[in-house]
Design a protein around this ligand. Structure first.
Ligand code: ADP
Ligand code: ZN
Ligand code: ZN
Length: 731
């Protein structure tokens, strides 16, 4: 037989299939194998078997099969084809996503431990009698094994001393065998607190399982989406099938893992970036071998080798972390849709603030919309107050806090409740704002906030490349109080300690959560009531359920509006709604105070009224008018090189070729330009880009043409070129 093998080397020239002779080996599709390549043996993946090869020379034989099983399932091989075409990726880069990285090069091994049982060929009582009366430990050890059937040698050594165990072994009283042990990620143990569903929740579960369409579950914060996910998964498991549930980034995983594990126990596998290599490998293997039937994890868990899939859930579907921004670039939703179609199973996208893209699809009937417009048990959504920071009465000596927020905080503390202070840091350092009138520097062509670039001391528009001089006075009111601002969590905590001496605070940001588990510890401490105020950045925005939190304060709520991104309004709406949703989740009513320099912006009005539908209409119209996604697709071709002239030359050539493509698709191009990238140099490579926007309908047709051009130039030595499809940021 002849095997088609993809070898594990990533250079473009080698990303093709090589034929090998299987010889006497029982090679299967999906096996990882060692093959001779050049003068070395390297790892590769078998993707096809056939009888003959078109290769004219003599085929080299496969050296050996690496694992006991096939590591790539047939479904994942099809997914590889889909991804390589859709995103212009190398096959090997995609395959690497499908297995734990430490599996490559044999860097992770199965954990094997010695397990001890009694030698059944010798009568138990005669064993005991043969021991000297002084050998108490040995006697206890035998009795323990007799009662419990067996134990790991390591444990026995601890309990009865290694000496005693060894002596018994020498006497041939024990049978010691190596067994494989699964390393398990740490999960907080919890009671299985299964709830009786409300009619709204039951309706959602029924709709989800009704057919294999894609469902958009739009449920306000506190509407009980988690319980809907858990019940749906339970049904799917009863049908003998399996499920994947994705949550954004590591922040949410411990919380969700706890709930899911309490409900499904041993059937659950957890995949996230906090696992050790050994844990990750063992979880992956349990999934592949069908021992785990529920997978919960962050983005990359969508590649879990689970079979017989009956349901995929993406919680917080609007979250940006579902898009991979570095090679290999992909959108988790595309992968989920592929897998759901392959397995003919439903896919659920859940959110309290669906992305404009998903909601539009639901409106067009591509997704089934399921609404849960009320909180569980009719709990009220928190009341929101918008504070205009240009006019607000500031708290005495405080540049940060309005009097309104301080009064509310005081009230909360007096009542023995808890508060969260959220600092909106997204994009904060880079835009320019007048602190007296709220003026924001924007691009006159694109109406998108400009970003400050320190090296050149200019403001730039990331969407058209236009440059502006950095103003020294506000063009609107003449104030010199125009600058880039940034308040840190530390400053905020200090200020609060000054205003509320003796009140306990906790702080959560990148600095306080750098060590493993620290994130979880802070949340746990807050939950236990060890502090009355939690101050934090984006990390405290999502998913947490603290029953005693009755007040949420949002500082610089508008800062995310000025991020140079066409989605900045959408992101701001999502952030405010998510953070506000932390308040008043139990039986106490909640209140939210939003501090902003742009109180008139429509985003605050819709957020205050909790009017997602209204916000969607407004934002959707704006996107349509300005030709931004979801009505268009933004493509960025990034050309990088250590030699600047080379980058410029190639950029010009690619631009010319794409201009030619444009002639064939004239009416479908909305924008096409070549320019320096906003960050012109990164990791000592110069960056130039061709930026284009094309109409959404049948966009892949044009994208494929662009890939062809890029692949032609990618062979040029010294240049590294890649294509981004609706990039999350344009730096
Ligand atoms: P969401 O994710 O939609 O914001 P959660 O799933 O966190 O909401 O649920 C909010 C709260 O309501 C949680 O404390 C949860 O335990 C509780 N809850 C959910 N469903 C029910 C139910 N059917 N009966 C009682 N309490 C429920
Ligand atoms: Zn001003
Ligand atoms: Zn512009």
């Amino acid at each position: 037989m002849v095997a088609e093998v993809i070898v594990d080397i990533s250079t473009s020239e080698i990303d093709r299939v090589f034929d090998y002779d299987t010889g006497i080996l029982q090679v299967h599709i999906g096996h990882r194998v060692l093959v001779p390549f050049g003068r070395k043996l390297i790892e590769g993946f078998v993707i096809k078997l056939k009888n003959t090869s078109t290769f004219s020379g003599k085929l080299k034989p496969i050296d050996s099969i690496i694992d006991k099983y096939e590591v790539i399932t047939p479904e994942m091989l099809e997914l590889m084809d889909y991804m390589t075409h859709k995103y212009n990726l190398r096959k090997i880069d995609v395959l690497r996503l499908f297995i734990p990285s430490q599996l490559r090069g044999g860097k992770v091994k199965e954990l094997v431990k010695n397990y001890v049982t009694l030698n059944t060929e010798i009568d138990f009582s005669s064993m005991v009698e043969s021991l000297s009366t002084r050998a108490k430990k040995q006697k206890e050890c035998l009795e323990y094994l007799n009662e419990n059937g067996g134990e790991f040698q390591q444990e026995l050594n601890k309990m009865f001393s290694a000496n005693a165990v060894n002596t018994l072994a020498v006497r041939n009283y024990l049978v010691i065998e190596p067994v494989k042990v699964d390393r398990k990620p740490n999960v907080i143990r919890a009671e299985n607190d299964k709830k009786v569903l409300t009619p709204l929740q039951q309706n959602a579960v029924d709709k989800i399982l009704e057919d294999d369409k894609i469902k958009l579950l739009y449920g306000v914060t506190g509407s009980g989406k988690t319980e809907v996910y858990l019940h749906s998964m339970e049904e799917i498991l009863k049908q003998g099938k399996t499920a994947i549930m994705l949550v954004p980034e590591i922040a949410l995983t411990p919380q969700m893992s706890k709930l899911v594990t309490a409900r499904f126990g041993e059937l659950v596998a957890i995949l996230h970036s906090g696992l050790s290599a050994g844990e990750r490998f063992d979880e992956w293997e349990r999934i592949l071998l069908g021992k785990a039937r529920v997978v919960i994890g962050a983005r990359s868990a969508i590649f879990a080798p689970i079979q017989n899939l009956g349901l995929i859930i993406i919680d917080e579907e609007h979250d940006g972390s579902y898009i991979s921004e570095s090679n290999p670039r992909y959108d988790t939703k595309d992968i989920a849709i592929f897998r759901a179609e392959y397995n003919k199973c439903p896919l659920v996208l859940g959110s309290a603030t669906p992305s404009i893209d998903s909601f539009l699809r639901a409106k067009h009937g591509k997704y089934t919309l399921i609404r849960m417009a009320e909180r569980v048990n009719q709990r009220k959504l928190p009341e929101m107050q918008i504070v205009d920071m240009v006019r607000a009465v500031k708290e005495k000596d405080s540049k940060i806090f309005s009097k309104v927020l301080i009064d509310e905080l005081r009230q909360t503390i007096q009542n023995g409740n808890q508060a969260m202070i959220f600092i909106n840091r997204r994009g904060f350092s880079s835009f320019v704002m007048c602190r007296d009138c709220g003026y924001i520097a924007k691009c006159s062509d694109c109406d998108i906030s400009l970003t400050y670039h320190k090296e050149e001391n200019v403001l730039k528009c990331h969407y058209c490349g236009k440059k502006y001089k950095m103003p020294d006075k506000c063009p609107h009111c003449g104030s010199e109080n125009i600058r880039m601002g940034k308040i840190g969590t530390e400053t905020v905590v200090k200020e609060l300690e000054r205003i509320f001496p003796g009140v306990k605070m906790l702080r959560m940001d990148n600095d306080t959560t750098s060590t493993k588990d620290s994130h979880q510890k802070i949340l746990q401490a807050f939950r236990n009531g060890e502090a009355q105020i939690l101050v934090g950045t984006q990390m405290i925005a999502k998913g947490h359920d603290f029953p005693n939190v009755t007040l949420v304060g949002i500082l610089d709520a508008d800062s995310s509006l000025y991020f140079s991104d066409y989605r900045s309004t959408e992101r701001t709406f999502q952030l405010i709604t998510q953070v506000a949703g932390r308040a008043g989740r139990a039986d106490k009513e909640g209140k939210v105070v939003v501090q902003t320099y742009a109180p008139k912006h429509y985003v605050f009005w819709y957020a205050k009224e909790n009017d997602y539908d209204g916000f969607f209409e407004k934002e959707n119209n704006a996107r349509k008018l300005t030709h931004f996604p979801p009505y268009t697709t933004i493509i960025r071709v990034m050309i990088t090189s250590i030699v600047e002239d080379k980058a410029i030359e190639i950029t010009q050539q690619i631009f010319n070729e794409i201009s030619n493509i444009k002639k064939d698709f004239e009416d479908r191009f909305v924008y096409l330009q070549a320019m320096k990238s906003p960050v012109n140099r990164m990791q000592s490579r110069y960056r130039y880009q061709v930026l284009l926007r094309i109409k959404k309908k049948n966009d892949q047709e044009i994208i494929d043409e662009i890939y062809k051009v890029v692949n032609k130039y990618n062979k040029e030595k010294g240049c590294w070129i890649f294509v981004e499809n609706n990039p999350q940021s344009l730096i």
